[in-house]
Design a protein around this ligand. Sequence first.
Ligand code: ZN
Length: 288
Amino acid sequence: MWDSLVRATADNNNIRVSAAITTRLVEEARQRHQTSPVASAALGRVLTGVLLLSWNLKDKGSITMRVLGDGPLGGVIADVNAQGQVRGYIQNPQVDLPPNKHGKLDVGGGIGQGNLYITTDLGLKDTYTGSVALETGEIGEDLAKYLVISEQTPSLVSVGVLVNPDLTIAAAGGIIVQALPNGSPEVLTKIEENLQNLKPISTLIKEGNSAQDIIKLYLKDIEVKFLEEKQINFNCPCNKERLEKIMISLGKDELEDIINNEGSSEVKCHFCNEHYYFTKEELEKLLV
Ligand SMILES: [Zn+2]
């Protein structure tokens, strides 16, 4: 099954839903960044969360989510473009922590206290950044709080990552249900009732439910209109040319320093952990 993002509406467009399966995406992030189980869960939830927000993106638009807490995992940053390409990284990928009091991966403890920032770039002139103080650091609740405060839409957010004993990703994904102001309160009550009987989202995905299935489970007994399905993947647009530009931007003095002291240079892309190697000759060409 491919990773996918599905969008749907209900209640005359007053309920907006995005659901995603991100198991492969999170597994690729895990392999690239060599994340511990709790770091896989934190990064996976942020990758899934930003993807679920990409509802309105077109053409060159992008959304960046930054979760900057004071916990041992450090910051988590992910972005998504209109093509469903997602990338992200976590500051301290190797940090591991004991389980929390519920016996679960302690994402909240790893993230700590801080803020969540969402930057939306619609590909036009301006970007918009909104933020909220983290509620629990568990990502789902924090994102729901952001949507309520910043976008004034009562929202239900569920993002989850299940890690296998061998540290690979067993299942990952999420759902956002947003209630627009003119919606019917009965529909919301019904969704809340449905939720009471549902297993955690990562379990539903592990059991083989698709993104459509998950929407049907959350919106059981409600008429749903499916809008589109998109294949998604981990993709970083970095390449050697872009890295060359960054090297040039260091300035002539800095570059000469590197050439004289180290001879060659290896540069790493934060987002995808791809390493780029520059020989002495290549660095000298950048000086011209
Ligand atoms: Zn990259």
